[in-house]
Design a protein around this ligand. Sequence first.
Ligand code: UD1
Ligand code: CA
Length: 460
Amino acid sequence: MTPALNVVVLAAGKGTRMKSELPKVLHPLAGRPLLTHVLAAADSLRPERICVVYGHGGDKLPMAIGRADLLWVRQEPQLGTGHAVQQAVPYLDPQAVVLILYGDVPLIRPETLQEMVLIARDGAVALLTVRLNNPAGYGRIVRNSRGQVERIVEHKDASAEELAITEVNTGILCLHAAKLMRWLDRLGNDNVQGEYYLTDVIGMAAAEGERILPCHPSAEWEVLGVNSRQQLADLERVLQRNIAETLMTQGVSLSDPARLDVRGDLICGRDVHIDVGCIFEGRVLLGDNVKVGAYCVLKEVEVAADTEILPFCHIEGARIGARARIGPYTRLRPGTDLDAETHIGNFVEIKNSQVGFNSKINHLSYVGDAYVGRKVNIGAGTITCNYDGANKHRTVIEDDAFIGSDSQLVAPVTVGRGATLGAGTTLTRDAPPGELTLSRVRQFTIRGWQRPKKTVKGES
Ligand code: UD1
Ligand code: CA
């Protein structure tokens, strides 16, 4: 029978160099906490158990991640990576293989981990190592004369000769639980940092003649950790570049793959074009041939085929139908549902409203808590007065209505089918269908009226 898989994620460290109140592994990468990325990689292996060792920042971490299926193990005080894994031992299945991950190494690929799990299930110790041009700070992989891994020496404990080694320990490790437990029992802290080093397990394994098989990542970025804000920003760029590559491979055109930020799931149809500087948050769906202009922010949005979003739009929690034209400078807030062929123009804000087929709201308007029918034309500067200071009220504008510019619709109010409102109307009662309604003071002229003249000093 293949042994079960248990994952241990180490995330108790302080993250001093982040200079932050927020626990390090909660810092966001592509909009999600670092730890969430690691957990996603772990989840993809379908492990029986995932154990997260936490400490610094206290219960903020389990609360922010909010996953009841994880085993949260508190490490207090933090006496090193070996000590951290020791805290997890009571929660591990002794028959399982254990994969050790770091909460601050977020870009590790499932394929790399899968290979390590296979090696461990086959009875060996899988150790992820990498050659670095600048190995400073990392534990070095010491090999014997036959090229076999003998032990790991931490940078601070290394001799000048060992410091010259460029193959380093990534920290990621996979091995049988029973062996791990046996070796952990024997860990000491007789080293420069006075810590219990997980890495000493490798020396014990080698001394017992265990097979230690080094594995390597497909790219260096897989094993890069976050210790500082600079490193976090570097990994953000790596991840965004990877996301851009994937999108282009799927057939999306990007004006500049270096100027795109996806902080969630961006799902695109065929021949989507995205101009520079756009940010996509949460789940965003773009249908075939959708064009998104420069510097748009889209969060939790669904856009149907052939719609064009012009530059500088801010769209959240909205659904946009096919062949629509939005922007430039449109703001769509949650609950906006635009039907096909709608035109929404500059400085228009829409919230919690339905807008029917081929209706147009082209300039400087606020539409909130409204139902707008088909083929409605809303003139420049129209406002739905939906809030009376205490409650929100609905505005209904039926099909084919025409709202003159600079009108205010004081909700609750209905504009009947085919009705016309004269420009400048303040509508406080329903406008009957098919009729012209206006609420305007009649225009009049005072004949012979003279402008006042400026009085000159000295005269009176
Ligand atoms: C560790 C390795 C080193 C490797 C490097 C890769 C050891 C002794 N050294 O060194 O060989 O090259 O990672 O980045 O393992 N943590 C805890 N509890 C603790 C201490 C650490 O949970 O008491 C967690 C940290 O949150 C972090 C991870 O373990 O996620 C690594 O800890 P860190 O202090 O960064 O280890 P290094 O000294 O860098
Ligand atoms: Ca580290």
